[in-house]
Write a protein that binds this ligand. Structure first.
Ligand code: 5AD
Ligand code: SF4
Length: 352
């Protein structure tokens, strides 16, 4: 059944969100996913944006309890790509057809803000391409340097909206600082992405509902929602993986709450499920982020084991993705896929 709310942004409170997250397998989840899919189609259309990710350094000063790149993991060979290598990898991506390059790393202060700025300028001089940074917490003035160099977007997941859980999982860090960084990025005019992990120890449905409410509060342009995957060299090695169904429900509800947002299929979901891309694109997702890191570095960016991104060909498999999308009745976007409000200056009108 098509409801009236599909033509407007849906107003949902925390109770509505929790109730939807409690949807039972079968009819209830099917109708939630179908509603999210129709909402996605109405607000952002059938185009799927493809962003090429370059994981340019696996050094990290932080010690997140769930992540294989954490500082205290001594079983990992660390690498850093040089600025020239990063720009060359981006150039290859642009030649393959990518219109957004995502630069991702651990929190690695080795690269100064002006290093990142110069790399950004180098990439942007290759064509009409957006640059997204995903390099963690920095000061306002560092972010400003990167923004002035032309960086368009910034991904900084809040990971969990539960301040106490945040503290336990991120030694020496706080949710408050995270949110301050996100506000700083917004104030500088970045298109901002947040997101969270499903299945963290101590999380329950109400935490996930809070995560989604926070995405709304932040009015995110983008949101990445992925399941937890245990890494053997972390304190959470024995914690079970996050639930795929809960991840999909969270994605679907996020589409209802933030109908114009760019919502990627997360690599973590594709790691747990071979059909992860298909699943996520069918319940609200509209972005795929293939890995275009040079092959020799890929295995070393081990946030969790056996990442699906290891299966991506060197060019990220952009042609294969186009074929998959065609079969789903979707199409590969030909635009940069900026936040809808950047393209139109409003969030009032639906895209075609
Ligand atoms: N399982 C799932 N996602 C993880 N991340 C880090 N470690 C894990 C894990 N073990 C995610 C975090 C981070 C992004 C780079 O990867 O959300 O923001
Ligand atoms: Fe570093 Fe990010 Fe991993 Fe935390 S999640 S240890 S900040 S790479």
């Amino acid at each position: 059944m098509r409801s009236k709310t599909e033509t407007r942004e849906t107003k949902l409170d925390a109770c509505d969100i929790t109730r939807m997250l409690e949807a039972c397998p079968g009819d209830e989840t099917e109708s939630l996913f179908a509603f999210a899919d129709r909402t996605r189609k109405h607000f952002v259309g059938d185009s799927v944006h493809i962003r090429g990710i370059i994981e340019f350094s696996n050094y990290c000063t932080r010690n997140c309890m769930y992540c294989g790149l954490r500082r205290d993991n001594r079983n990992l060979l660390r690498y850093r790509m040089t600025p020239d290598e990063i720009v060359a990898a981006a150039k290859n991506g642009i030649l393959s057809g990518y219109r957004t390059i995502v630069l991702q790393s651990g929190e690695d202060p080795y690269y100064s803000a002006s290093d990142i700025a110069r790399i950004t300028e180098g990439i942007k001089s290759c064509g009409d391409v957006a640059v997204t940074l995903s390099i963690g917490e920095r000061t306002l003035s560092e972010y400003a340097t990167m923004r002035s160099a032309g960086a368009d977007r910034f991904l900084l997941k809040h990971e969990t909206a539960d301040a106490e859980l945040y503290l336990r999982l991120h030694p020496g860090a706080s949710l408050e600082t995270r949110l301050e960084c996100l506000q700083n990025l917004k104030s500088l005019g970045f298109q901002v992405g947040s997101g969270f992990i499903v299945g963290l120890p101590g999380q329950d449905i109400s935490t996930v509902a809070e995560d989604i409410t926070l995405l709304k509060l932040l009015d995110c342009d983008m949101a990445g929602i992925g399941p937890f995957i245990p890494h053997p060299d972390t304190p959470l090695a024995l914690h079970p993986p996050g639930d795929v169904m809960m991840t999909l429900k969270a994605l679907a509800v996020t589409r209802l709450i933030l109908p114009y947002a760019n919502l990627p299929v997360t690599t973590a979901l594709s790691t747990l499920r071979n059909d992860g891309r298909h699943l996520a694109l069918s319940c609200g997702g509209n972005v795929i982020m293939p890995n275009i890191t040079p092959a020799k570095y890929r295995e070393l960016y081990e946030i969790y084991p056996d990442s699906a991104s290891l299966r991506d060909p060197e060019d990220g498999g952009i042609r294969e993705i186009a074929v998959m999308l065609e079969a789903m009745g979707r199409k590969m976007s030909t635009t940069r896929g900026d936040s809808f409000r950047r393209e139109t200056g409003t969030r009032g009108a639906p895209s075609s």
